[in-house]
Design a binder for this molecule. Structure first.
Ligand code: NAD
Length: 352
């Protein structure tokens, strides 16, 4: 039987989830709610959903799972309310804005026998699964390092609520780095320590679109950051993330091993080419089969629901998301304090 899902937060990403959901048999999005009642009503109308207030939806006994698509600072409150109502939750990233909040929510879910799943789920797609298998089979020897880069100009040019992504819980280290950190954790295992540097070259920005277009807002978080990361396995990784590369979209993830390298596709999108190079050889394409329409937002929720049915752990889990959040925050804290920061809660995270 397919799970009945209620969306909380009817903004930009909600449309992608609702449109993508037709690819999945495991769930059906049936209702929506938003603090802004008008947004919820319009969204419900466009997508043929039942509209409720946030409290009504979370308390609605006919809803099995809350899909939390609110801004980062609202994530913890919505997750807590859904757990209190006895519901599983799948949330957008970052899971929360502090590690303490995240730990509290995971403990509460465990106590209640409920699941928390969290985006990103790109690492569950065919490209990153193929890469994970190659690495596990030793195709590049012993993994030594990963090099991840994601540089864009920031959401101010296209997002009507761009200011939220420059407040606590935003910035490229919490908004974008989770795609790359989750991919690296899936491929190579958990992180042990972070050394970071961060700057804010553009401390004031302007909305490029929406009702506030042209108005300025203040940036509260670093917008350009690098991290050197030590993994539990002994491998090392570097990450560069930025909202300062105006008009550009630069994404890369390379994994180097003792016997070769893998060049991986955009960790912020499903699909894309994989290349492998061994020894002094040429780059060669890696073929992999794509499952088609299920490579869309909702894959992680689908996998969580399958895992619940099969009584096994799910993969786009709250524990993995919390580990990723802790790693990103460790890099930012390192940048502030000028020292290496250890990452604590790495035990639950294992590749695959
Ligand atoms: N926009 C994207 O391309 C994108 C991509 C991937 C992930 N995400 C993630 O999705 C989440 C939402 O992003 P978005 O771009 O859709 O934001 P958005 O601003 O477009 O939409 C968020 C909606 O949540 C509502 N909201 C705020 N607080 C609420 C609360 N406490 N209860 C109920 N509703 C509340 C707002 O009124 C708004 O309609 C964020 O965590 C973001 O990181 C966004």
């Amino acid at each position: 039987m397919s799970a009945r899902v209620g969306v909380v937060g009817c903004g930009i990403i909600a449309k992608a989830y609702v449109e993508g959901s037709i690819a999945f048999d495991s769930f059906e999005i049936v209702a929506c709610a938003d603090l802004d009642a008008e947004s919820a009503a319009v969204f419900a109308d466009v997508h043929g959903l039942q509209v409720e207030t946030v409290d009504e939806l979370i308390g609605d006994p006919s809803i099995d799972v809350v899909l939390n698509l609110t801004p980062p600072a609202a994530h913890a409150g919505v997750i807590r309310a859904a757990l209190d109502a006895g519901k599983h939750v799948y949330t957008e990233k970052p899971i929360t804005t502090t590690v303490a909040e995240g730990r509290g929510l995971l403990a509460e879910a465990e106590r209640r026998g409920l699941r928390i799943g969290c985006a990103p789920d790109i690492f569950l797609g065919a490209a990153y699964e193929a890469a994970r298998e190659l690495i596990a089979q030793g195709a590049i020897g012993t993994p030594l390092s990963a090099t991840a880069t994601f540089l864009v100009g920031g959401p101010d040019s296209w997002h009507p609520n761009a200011d939220v992504f420059y407040q606590v819980g935003g910035g490229p280290m919490l908004d974008i780095a989770p795609y790359y950190l989750t991919a690296i954790a899936s491929l190579l295992g958990p992180f042990r320590a972070a050394l970071g540097l961060a700057t804010t070259p553009t401390p004031e920005r302007r909305f490029g679109v929406g009702p506030r277009a042209g108005a300025s807002f203040t940036v509260d978080v670093p917008t350009h950051a690098v991290a050197a990361l030590q993994l539990e396995s002994g491998a090392l990784a570097t990450l560069t993330v930025s909202f300062e590369a105006f008009g550009q979209y630069i994404s890369g993830l390379l994994v180097h091993g003792s016997g070769g390298s893998l060049d991986l596709p955009d960790a912020n999108a499903f699909g894309g080419p994989i290349r492998i190079r061994n020894g002094d050889g040429e780059w060669k394409p890696v073929e992999y089969a794509s499952p088609g329409p299920t490579e869309t937002r909702g894959l992680g929720l689908d996998e969580m629901l399958t895992a619940i049915r099969e009584e096994r752990p799910h993969r786009a889990s709250g524990a993995l998301a919390l580990h990723v959040l802790e790693t990103a925050l460790a890099a930012l804290r390192s940048a502030e304090e000028g020292r290496t920061v250890e990452i604590g809660a790495r035990e639950p995270v294992r590749p695959g």
